[in-house]
Design a protein around this ligand. Structure first.
Ligand code: ZN
Length: 287
């Protein structure tokens, strides 16, 4: 029996299940402060006889096993969770293997195992919601180095007619600052969900996302790209991404058929929690 936590900024999804991705029970717990949220998380898992727990967490987090702060949340804007020792808190309650990675790397792992990139040894999973994050499988492994990738914050070329100042407090012209859900709302003074019929909104969204995808493709050469998150429920973004990506690449590399190469998640909203189950399984294999 494996435990799984998808730790998000507004809620924690906790589940138990197996390495085949079967979810036997799941609950949602609001993300408030660690002392409140974690009490409920631990109480849920105490009901089960677990062999390991996997965590896919919001970040930034420390995934470097050689670091003295491995297993903690680091510089998150959610101040109550800053420097929270996530792995240590679980280890104290459950002396079993604990897997720990970003929510998006967990989702990438699940999509590569069960979903839209099943059978492939490389893929990119990008979530475009309130913010933008991405996880990658490269040569069969989760991509991380001194830290985990932060692909949402790469710089993009601003559209000449875009006067929105950018929504990222750290960078004025990064992808998240210009293309995340918060940026759409800030630029058009309305939530994306209310702008479905405004073609210019989604054309501009495609303009920014295609620039980012071009850079990811040229650097990582993923075999499939999966675009999830609330913003990508606006399916009209896909044709715009395909159009701009072809324009920007300008036949320099011959891309795969784009409708099969850049796709929606195969697991819907379950990619994160199923990925956390897999992280638990991997933790057992590594121990
Ligand atoms: Zn940024």
């Amino acid at each position: 029996m494996l435990g799984a936590i998808e730790a998000g900024g507004t809620k924690f999804v906790c589940a138990v299940g197996d390495e085949k991705g079967n979810l036997l029970e799941r609950i949602h717990i609001p993300t408030t402060i660690p002392s409140e949220t974690m009490v409920k998380v631990l109480a849920f898992f105490k009901k089960h006889d677990l062999d390991a727990i996997g965590v896919g967490s919001f970040g930034p987090i420390d995934v470097n096993r050689e670091s003295s702060t491995y297993g903690s949340i680091t510089s998150t804007p959610k101040t109550a969770w800053r420097n929270f020792q996530f792995v240590q808190a679980l280890k104290e309650a459950f002396p079993i293997p604990i897997g720990f990675h970003t929510d998006v790397n967990a989702a990438a792992l699940a999509e590569a195992t069960f979903g839209a990139a099943k059978g492939l040894d490389s893929c990119l999973y990008i979530t475009i919601g309130t913010g933008i994050g991405a996880g990658a499988i490269v040569q069969g492994k989760l991509l991380h180095g001194w830290s985990h990738p932060e692909m949402g914050h790469i710089l993009v070329k601003r559209h000449p007619q875009d006067e929105y100042q950018g929504g990222c407090p750290y960078h004025s012209d990064c992808l998240e600052g210009l293309a995340a859900g918060l940026a759409i709302e800030g630029r058009w003074n309305n939530k994306g969900i209310n702008l479905a019929g405004r073609l210019e909104v989604w054309d501009l969204e495609g303009y920014y996302l295609a620039q980012a995808l071009m850079q990811y493709i040229l650097i990582l050469s993923p075999k499939r790209i999966i675009l999830g998150g609330g913003v990508m429920n606006q399916k009209q973004i896909f044709p715009s991404i395909y159009k701009y990506l072809q324009e920007f690449m300008s036949d320099y590399v011959s891309l795969p058929e784009l409708t099969e190469y850049i796709v929606s998640p195969g697991l819907g909203n379950d990619a994160g929690i199923m990925g956390a189950l897999l992280l638990a399984h991997h933790a057992i294999l590594e121990s």
